[in-house]
Design a protein around this ligand. Structure first.
Ligand code: SF4
Ligand code: SF4
Length: 351
């Protein structure tokens, strides 16, 4: 992405976001650190616009971790950039899909760089993507991250994979074992944040997702491709082929007809969800997940349903097991305070 395009994307978001709202800018997709020079310049521009408009901004970078070095870490530390490293798990899990061009797995380099980052920065996160071939190893993966002392773990389902072979029963067993790893970490005095468990516990405490928590694609969430094309969420950019989900370009403007259609398509229209007892705790409205799994933004797939049910059960198990654990209670309070019980774990305003 050229600096000019990036500046326009920043201006676009600044104009569309109410003044009192904080904005998260996330550098994500491809590999942002391939152009650390541009990233630094964009960050500087975001800082200038933030001061000028007196609005809070947060900067986040999701990287494959292979290019992290002292200069990058020093910059992240100085500018308070939140770092998230894509690491799928222990070596056999990670190297299955994350390889260099010559076929070598990237695990050793990524873990070495992650260890350095953990020593230098606070709140380092990992993003572990799991597919049908690695989901069974999730408990082991979580145990590995806890031992590495990673403070925040994001577990993300590969929504582009085919999940037809995985049953709801299997998922339930796996997520419960993940919850056991989470419980065991707190019982051993190790605080850990994990989207799969924490976000559901917060939603229990709120008695369900609120209107602001729900999918904001095309309204409070945007994704910008290097071409300047605008998408309703970063997860829709893909190959940037200008599909019907492309809502315009920062150099030309928004296509309001397409934008209205996308905003209209949000929500959930599965018949079975209407009478489901856990619907207020379910993310059956995540437009991109639904789109990739069923072809419609408002229709949840069976695997999504199974995953949500399993996550709700696993979080309930963790909450019951840890309700007397002081470290866990302090963790929840910190989480609530930082998130102000607002939009849980989803990224906003991605570049
Ligand atoms: S991640 Fe899902 S819920 Fe969040 S904005 Fe994108 S489509 Fe909506
Ligand atoms: S758990 Fe399944 S049936 Fe219930 S609301 Fe979620 S997607 Fe719908």
């Amino acid at each position: 992405m050229s600096l000019e395009t990036a500046r326009k994307a920043v201006d676009f978001v600044m104009e569309l976001t109410p003044r009192e709202q904080a904005i998260d800018f996330c550098f994500f997709g491809g590999e942002p650190l391939l152009r650390f020079d541009v990233l630094r310049d964009i960050a500087q521009y975001v800082g200038e616009r933030s001061r000028e408009t007196q609005r809070p901004v947060h900067l986040n970078v999701t990287t494959n971790g292979t290019l992290l070095n002292d200069a990058v870490l020093e910059f992240f530390d100085r500018e308070r950039v939140h770092l998230c490293v894509s690491l799928d798990g222990p070596q056999p899990v990670h190297d299955r899909h994350r390889r260099y061009g010559d076929g070598r797995g990237s695990f050793s380099d990524v873990v070495a760089n992650l260890r350095t980052a953990l020593g230098e920065l606070r709140g380092v996160q990992v993003n572990a993507v799991y597919g049908p071939d690695t989901v069974g190893l999730l408990p082991e993966t979580v145990g590995f991250f806890v031992e590495l002392k990673v403070p925040v773990i994001h577990l993300n389902m590969d929504i582009c994979a085919s999940w037809t072979e995985v049953t709801g029963e299997q998922l339930q067993g796996i997520y419960m074992a993940v919850a056991d790893q989470y419980i065991s970490a707190f019982e051993r005095g190790r605080e850990v944040g994990m989207n799969l468990i924490d976000s559901k516990i917060i939603v229990f405490l709120k008695d369900g997702y609120s209107a602001q928590d729900r999918c904001g694609m095309g309204e409070t969430e945007w994704g910008f491709a290097p071409s300047g094309n605008i998408y309703p969420c970063e997860r829709f950019i893909g190959e940037d082929n200008g599909s019907s989900l492309c809502l315009g370009n920062v150099h030309v403007g928004l296509d309001s007809v397409r934008r209205c259609a996308v905003v209209e398509s949000r929500g959930n229209r599965n018949e079975e969800c209407v009478s489901c007892g856990v619907r207020q705790f379910c993310m059956n409205w995540c437009g991109c997940t639904n789109h990739y799994l069923t072809g419609r933004a408002d229709l949840a797939a069976p695997i999504m349903c199974a995953s949500e049910r399993a996550a709700i059960q696993a979080a309930s198990h963790a909450l019951t097991a840890l309700r007397q654990n002081q470290l866990f209670m302090d963790h929840l309070m910190r989480y609530v305070h930082e998130r102000q019980l607002s939009h849980a774990w989803n990224r906003k305003g991605a570049i």
